[in-house]
Design a protein around this ligand. Structure first.
Ligand code: UTP
Length: 293
């Protein structure tokens, strides 16, 4: 069955960005001139998925407003002769059918995904974390597209992973798996180990924030007991799924920008701004001067 739908969890509290996230969702933080979540939705659309369910929560209205029409703004822009800007502000909202569901209590990523069960209607589906931008090397397919290609070959759930320096493994969900069919980049998952100590880590393959799941994950999420902080952990449900059906891990080359703390946010913003013709040259000059002083 082809994958037609995606869930984007974006209901977290974003406490590592307070006070900015007191009234603004962290998924709406801009990277140059687009919110993080817009990059995520563009990746889904460019991967061939246009039915998207965003999990939101209290204080997240800016998300719905951003992907909706804004008649007052459009009247103003039309009056100012800025038709091109109208097209820009409408663009992504028109390329995807975006639906919303609210997570009433922040009970974790697993709980946020569980809420999508009805909308997914028993079909396989993708998950894209709303605070993570995937940046494939030039000329390569969008991150989710690479994962969907692997899904189409294996017709089983598949999670994206990337290699991290061994000393970083204790920050991530790490894969214990076995390469299959002679492809060293596609591993059959035995287990996911959450934030292992360096000497206990089964590999340096870290979960990258993109997943394709069979509908079987929902039964696993329903059976997953609440863990640390009362949260339902997605990794627990994935371990359960791997016991009853094949789950694969695709080791890809794409970089992952996790907009989860101040430093990662600043790195992503600067790097994206440096790449653009309209911002790069002046910013480069300024940074060079700043760093020389
Ligand atoms: P994180 O754990 O990185 O986000 O979740 P958080 O909880 O907002 O961050 P801190 O720790 O308070 O700073 C990864 C993704 O899952 C969503 C988040 O919005 C983020 O996009 N999420 C997390 C939910 O939708 N619901 C939750 O209960 C938790």
């Amino acid at each position: 069955m082809p994958v037609r739908k995606a869930i984007i969890p974006a209901a977290g509290m974003g406490t590592r960005f307070l006070p900015a996230t007191k009234s603004m969702p962290k998924e709406m933080l801009p990277i140059v001139d687009k919110p993080v979540l817009q990059y995520v939705i563009e990746e889904a659309v460019e991967s061939g998925i246009d039915d998207i369910l965003i999990v939101t929560g209290r204080g997240k209205q800016a998300i719905e407003n951003h992907f909706d029409y804004n008649p007052d703004l459009e009247i103003f822009l039309r009056g100012a002769g800025k038709q091109d800007l109208i097209e820009q502000v409408r663009d992504i909202g028109e390329r995807a059918q975006i639906h919303y569901i609210r997570q009433k209590e922040q009970l974790g990523l697993g709980d946020a995904i569980r809420l999508g069960r009805h909308h997914m209607g028993g079909e396989p589906f993708a998950v894209l974390l709303g605070d993570t931008i995937i940046d494939p090397p030039a000329g390569q397919k969008p991150g989710l597209r690479q994962l969907l290609d692997a899904y189409e070959q294996s017709t089983a759930s598949v999670v994206a992973v990337h290699r991290v320096p061994m000393e970083w493994v204790s920050r991530y969900g790490i894969v214990d798996g076995q390469p299959e069919n002679g492809n060293p980049d596609l591993l059959r998952l035995r287990k996911l180990v959450e934030k292992p100590a360096v000497n206990l880590a089964p590999s340096n393959l870290a979960i990258a924030g993109r997943y394709v799941f069979s509908a079987g994950i929902f039964d696993c999420l329903e059976q997953t007991p609440r863990g640390v902080g009362g949260e339902i952990q997605l990794t627990d449900a994935m371990n359960m799924l791997a016991q009853v059906e094949p789950v694969y891990a695709l080791a890809w080359q794409a970089r992952r920008f996790e907009i989860v703390n101040r430093v990662e946010y600043a790195k992503c913003f600067v790097e994206f701004a440096l790449r653009r013709d309209d911002t790069g040259p002046r910013l480069r000059e300024h940074l060079a001067k700043l760093l020389a002083d």
